[in-house]
Design a protein around this ligand. Sequence first.
Ligand code: ADP
Ligand code: MG
Length: 231
Amino acid sequence: MNEASRILSEVLKEGRKSLLEIEAKTICTEYGIPVARSELAKTPDEAVKLAKSIGFPVVLKIVSPDIIHKSDSGGVIIDLKDEKQVLHGFNQVLENTKRHNPKAKIIGVLVQEMAKPSTEVIIGAIRDPQFGPAVMFGLGGVFVEVLKDVSFRVAPITEDDAREMISDVKAYPLLKGYRNTPPSDINEIAEILVNVSKLVMDHSEIEELDLNPVIVYEKGAKAVDARIILQ
Ligand code: ADP
Ligand code: MG
């Protein structure tokens, strides 16, 4: 059995409906989707050790099966620049989470490579009862949240479909570069869309998948968050 199937059956066996970010990222990696390097720390000292091996600055995130929207509960702290900030950040993330949800089961804190700021896009998939899985694309922030500027295609999709999806959104010109923002690697976005399509075609137990955000550069891209919800 491959790693993705193993993780999915383990999560189902435990009676969970959503995967931890690190589980979702492991599955994404298996499908060739680039993700920000992430390691699980159980103690502040372990977090410092991992931060040193990943390289500063780092991001810390709460790991809990009871917290789906991590930043809503103060569970994400970005841009920690040294050991002291990581030690303090570790406790901060735990405190914030406990204040927000005292009953949340806490597994640890994810220490993550801090991706350089650039254009943020959202890539996802949802399972429609009638059409099956569909892949979604949009630009991050107000474009998806306020303007609902997104495109969908029923999976499986080809690379040509993926390119069409990308050029279908109204914000598309922004991906070609503007002012101080360099053009985005559209080939890479298309490849991620195709790989997400493969992933949800292979695993019918996935109800919803969200890479929000994927940070896109002139060359390459990185999913810094990954969420997978099961049926
Ligand atoms: P949430 O569960 O709240 O969606 P995210 O993991 O998406 O949590 O983190 C919240 C925000 O923090 C992201 O939208 C992104 O702007 C920023 N962020 C998270 N992880 C990273 C990272 N590794 N590098 C850079 N920015 C990050
Ligand atoms: Mg997110």
